[in-house]
Ligand binder design. Structure first.
Ligand code: SF4
Length: 462
């Protein structure tokens, strides 16, 4: 496919992309393969997710924030700076930036939630890159025919408070402010061949699909209650509790929880036994269970119908599709729960009050996965989660990994001093950075019987 590929030289691209930042006012034109289309989309999605994570973890505009973002842009090969000697690669990156922006714009224009998320991340990215232009800022404004005038001192005085509050901690007294005219977004036409891809993209999950099951059968049914309390993310904890309480879940809940259980290693036989025993308690006749419900369970394990081996749902899928209605327990509590109900749920999970406030702030800003990461930190008693959450099964694995490392620390510290010395301090140092702050609290989290080595085998790790 030929998107400038055959005769590409520096000059046309240099002309098209004179700077590493753009207003994206012209959609890209030319041909592009579906494969490249998809890979550019995934790369930008990764970038915007990093922008979101960094924006939560650091103060925007601060030195650590800028360093982290710069590092991420470099890693993902997106442009951010003007170099004295620009190479072909720099222009290629600008092209990638241009096209990938428009692809995600298409994918994220379908709902208010998606639009707001996308605009917020693009805005943060733009702000950072504009700052990195330094003396090229004026060139950028001129290239984009922006009518700008530095505002006069008296006008600045008049809007001082408003500007200070919108700048927050990034406010600098000696800044020059310009009045900018608003610009309209270009009309975007979508191609029906791309619709399935674009529809899927907004729920796209770019990590492991958790369908590889080397660990199948390593979790027994009588461990589930303990695991639900210690290692389930709130979405699955809520489903597990609802099933135990009401001995029934509606279709959305059965799908979400059933596939998650499959992902943590529950076998088909175990799943049939587990659901049947609960549903029978809920007055479903065994025959009816075998005829209606058992078929769906076998189906989700790829044993019926098209024999598709369904994968557990990612956070994006849970957050963005099939919102729960009255009587449903599926969905993401951070996205779908009423704030008051969410608060009392978190209280019942023994999350400290200050932590609940932090979580609710993230929820208010629509950072649902980050709210869940905060919940992980608080319930595992660690300072920093150390991973970017995108899947409930990832949550489970990370939790088990952490609990297992704290068990190792406990074992090592209970060994005689001489043995510890002979083994050196290496292993302890390795686990201590993410091990819970106090081991006494996590001693009770020991879940007997799970072979953690197998659970954490490479295939199962992200
Ligand atoms: S963020 Fe993901 S893992 Fe956490 S509760 Fe929501 S859907 Fe579940």
């Amino acid at each position: 496919m030929q998107f400038f590929r055959a005769k590409r030289t520096i000059s046309p691209l240099a002309e098209l992309y004179p700077l590493p930042i753009q207003f994206y006012d012209q959609p890209p034109c030319g041909d592009i393969s579906l494969q490249e289309f998809e890979s550019l989309a995934v790369e930008r999605l990764k970038l915007l997710k990093s922008v979101e994570n960094i924006g939560i973890g650091y103060i925007r505009g601060s030195e650590p924030y800028n360093k982290k973002l710069e590092c991420e842009l470099r890693k993902l090969k997106f442009p951010y700076r003007v170099f004295n000697e620009e190479k072909m690669d720099d222009y290629e990156m600008r092209r990638k930036d241009h096209i990938s922006h428009f692809i995600l714009r298409l994918a994220y224009c379908h709902s208010e939630d998606l639009r707001r998320w996308f605009i917020q991340q693009e805005l943060d990215l733009f702000r950072f890159r504009f700052g990195e232009l330094y003396d090229k800022q004026q060139d950028f404004l001129k290239n984009n025919s922006l009518e700008y005038h530095a505002i006069k001192e008296e006008e600045k005085e008049r809007y001082l408070e408003k500007m200070k509050s919108s700048f927050g901690q990034n406010w600098k007294e000696c800044q020059v402010f310009y009045k900018l005219t608003s610009r309209s977004l270009p009309f975007i036409q979508s191609d029906e061949r791309l619709q399935p891809l674009l529809n899927h993209l907004s729920c796209a999950y770019v990590g492991q699909d958790y369908s590889v099951q080397k660990h199948v059968g390593k979790v027994s049914l009588d461990q589930l209650d303990g695991l639900a309390t210690k290692s389930y993310p709130p979405c699955m904890r809520q489903l597990h509790k609802a099933l135990r309480d009401h001995h029934h879940l509606r279709h959305g809940g059965r799908m979400q929880y059933g596939l998650y259980l499959k992902g943590i290693g529950i076998t088909l036989d175990q799943a049939l036994q587990f659901w049947k025993s609960e549903f029978i308690k809920g007055k479903v006749e065994p025959d009816k269970f075998d005829k209606s419900y058992a078929y769906n369970i076998r189906h989700s394990y790829g044993k019926e119908g098209k024999r598709t081996d369904y994968t557990p749902f990612s956070c994006m899928k849970i957050i963005l599709s099939n919102a729960p209605s009255q009587g449903d327990y599926h969905g993401c509590p951070f996205r779908h729960c009423d704030p008051e109900i969410l608060k009392s749920k978190l209280q019942s999970y023994k999350v400290p009050l200050a932590g609940i406030t932090q979580i609710m702030d993230l929820v208010k800003g629509m950072h649902y996965q980050l709210a869940c990461q905060k919940y992980f930190e608080l319930t595992h008693n660690i300072d920093e989660v150390g991973f970017s959450l995108s899947h409930p099964n990832q949550y489970f694995i990370e939790s088990q990994k952490l609990l297992s490392s704290s068990r190792d620390v406990k074992k090592e510290s209970s060994q005689p001093e001489s043995t510890q010395r002979s083994q050196g301090s290496h292993s302890q140092r390795e686990v201590s950075s993410r091990a819970p702050k106090t081991t006494s609290k996590t001693e009770s989290t020991d879940i007997e019987g799970i072979n953690i080595e197998e659970l954490l085998s490479e295939e199962y790790m992200e």
